[in-house]
Design a binder for this molecule. Sequence first.
Ligand code: AQP
Length: 339
Amino acid sequence: MRIFSGIQPTGRKHLGNYVGAIRQYVAGQERAVEAGGDAIFCIVDLHATTVQYDPAELRERLYDTTALLLAAGLDPARCVLFRQSDVQEHAELCWLLCSVTAHGDLNRMHQFKDKSAQQRELVSAGLFLYPTLMAADVLAYRATEVPVGDDQRQHVELMRDIALRFNARFAAEREPVLVVPEHRIPEVGARIMDLQEPTRKMSTSSSSVEGTLYVLEEPAALVKKFKRAVTDSDNEIRFDRAAKPGVSNLLELLAVARGTTIADAQASMADARGYGDLKLATAEAVDGLLAPVRERYAELRPDEAAIEEALGAGAEKARAIASGVLADVREVMGVGPRR
Ligand code: AQP
């Protein structure tokens, strides 16, 4: 078993990133250690260059994101944690995989449609190729599982198609070169919704500050955001995503933060006097979930030299795997000298 996932060093990470992705990484790390497999996590700075960005800020955000992953429980002694741009095999493999990526498939990616509509100055070719780079990230490690939130389902499906097409085109007469990975989308918390617009996902690029709960949110602001969360007017605490998106989002968060089922979270609110009680219970539980991460982050973030050291050691381990896969890819594609 080999788990791989990537996260962008963009903005302040929010509760959706934490619940949909980061906590799955930590669980994956533990499962991999137990099973004698590997868990590999990458901060994907090359992906972050596909939209307008500030170069000086990118480096800061990279340290922020790395410190957050460490604070959440990733341990470089138990997993491989590295920066994408430190392992050049990702960029080369992306280019090589372009030969088996259909233009039409990239064109129908929801994320490309949404993000390209948000760009004011330029829709970059990098934004279009984003899913192929993501495929390269995962396929370079022959990963079997990819923990992601629900919004990345389509990209993982595309990377499976890319791997299958690659094997059929270049390795039909031999053992498959690339492994076709499975996504691992959590049953609860796969799509955390915006607190102000609960029919839309909580999002770095399109949610408002009020609708977004940051992982490092101070307790007072956290409570305020939950108190102001949009619900509905019928005052019934019941999970029904279609009819009651705001209340359902709160119940889902309550379940995630307490580590229970949504049914248990709903049952625990049977005596509540109204939505105010649900909001406060959720705020308290979410603060309990995030407080240790916040505290650990404050300790880790200032030491950029230690972060660089951890990333450098991770990149060496990652390169050792990716270079072998890339050599196989080049060989079957007829690229470079014969081995
Ligand atoms: N609302 C969400 N609920 C559950 N999971 C989510 N993820 C993102 N939003 C939610 C998951 O977080 C991981 C990291 O995402 P990323 O590297 O794409 O980071 P980002 O772009 O900064 O995060 P956003 O919010 O997804 O940005 P936008 O909306 O601007 O593209 C992924 O596994 C993702 O599924």
